[in-house]
Design a protein around this ligand. Sequence first.
Ligand SMILES: [Ca+2]
Ligand SMILES: [Ca+2]
Ligand SMILES: [Ca+2]
Length: 421
Amino acid sequence: MNKNTTPKFLLIIIFHMFIITSLIAQPKPPLGYKWEVVTELSDEFDKWDEKKWYKPMWNYGVPVQMIAKNSGVSKGKLWIKATHGSDRKRWFQTSRVQSKEQIKYPMYTESRIRTAHISAYNTFWMNNGDASNRDEIDIIENNSNPSCNCQPDFPWQMNSQYFITVDKNNDRANGNFDNRKLSPNNPLRGKKWNEAFHTVGVWWIDKNTIQFYLNGEPTRKVTTKRNFTRDLNLVWDLWTKDVPWLGGLANKKDLRNDNINTMYVDWVHTYKLKRSKTSPSVKLGSTLVVEAESFENTGGYFNDRFTGGPGKKVKNNGTDINFVNKGDWVEYALDIPTPGRYAIEYKISTIIANGAEIAFVLNGNKITNVVVPNNNSWSNYKSLSGGVVKLSSGRHTIKLVASGSNDWQWNLDKFILKRKK
Ligand SMILES: [Ca+2]
Ligand SMILES: [Ca+2]
Ligand SMILES: [Ca+2]
C-alpha cells in the first residue's frame, strides 16, 4: 500500500464501521427474540414512497393550515416546512406525513430528526386517528426556539408522552428527558434540537409499558394505567399554538426564513420482535434435555482471567461449561411444549468440598437452590436433583447461577427437565 491509498482505505473501514453501528442501534431484544425490520414502516427517504406514506390534511386549531406542498423528500431527507400564508386566521401553512401501515406492541421505532428553529412542535408520534378514542405515543414534540419566555429548557427537552383516551377521557403521563443528561461521552449531549440530527425512539414493550430512547440511550420508561389496545400509524408534523405548554406562537417573520423554517427527517427504522431460535434441547417424550454449553447469555462478577479463564462469565468448553466462579450465571430460552411440574436434574461435577451450589431461576424468580457434592473430579458428571419447577407452556427464560460461596464452583454437562405424572 502506498501513502495515498492508506488513508482512503482506512476511511472506508471507518465509514463501514459507522454504518454497522447505526444499523444495530435498537435495544437488546429479550432472550430468545430478535428484531426484524418492518419494511412498510422503515425508509431512508431517498425518494418519496407513496406505497408507505401519505399526507392527511386534518388541521390543528388556528393558525395551523395543512397543505400538501409543504412536505416532500429531497436530498435523502423527508422535510416538512412551515410558511406564512395569506389567510388571516390560518396563516401557519405546514404539512403532515403519516404511514399507511399500522403497528402494535411489541415493536421498536426510531427516527433521525433535526428540528425547524421556529416556535413550533416538531413531532414524531404514533396514533390511530380518532381523537376521542385513541392510543397515542408522542416520541417527541420538540420546540428548539420557544417564543414565550416560559420554557427555558425546551431547546434541550425531549417532550415525550402517551395518551390512552376513552370517550375523550384521557389517561396520560409524560416521559420527558433533558438531553444535557445524556452520558458524558455521548457526542450529542447538550446539542440543541436544531443544531444536530438526533435519533429519537420508543420501545413499545407491552400493553402498559413504553421505553423512550435518545441517541442510542434509554431515557424514560413510562407505565400506563389503562391498556394499549390499538394498532397505530407513524406520524411526523410541525405545528404551533398560542399556549405556554407548546412554547408559544411561531413568529411570522421566522416562517419566511428558509434557513430555519423546515424540519428534516433523515430516516426511520421500525422493527417487530420475532422469536429467534431457542437453546437447543432434545425432547424425549415428557423429558427435555438441555446441553449446558447451549446457553445464550452468560455473566458474573468474578474475573477469572488470571487463571486463563474468559473473564466475568463461564467458558463454553464445547461439550460442557467450565471456569464457573461464584456468581457466574448462564441463561437459556426454552419453549415448554406441555405445562406441568418438572423434576430438575443436573449432570454436574466438582472437586469443591464446601461452598459449591447451583440455583435454578425461572423468568427472574429463584425456584430452587441445592448444594453440589464433591465427587473429586471436574468432569465425572453425576446426576444431582435440583428439585421441582412448575412450568406453563410457551417460552421461558431459565437462568442457572453458581450460588455458592467458594471462588470456584462446578462444571456442568447438561440439565434435564422431566415432567412428573
Ligand atoms: Ca436519509
Ligand atoms: Ca468464570
Ligand atoms: Ca453437554
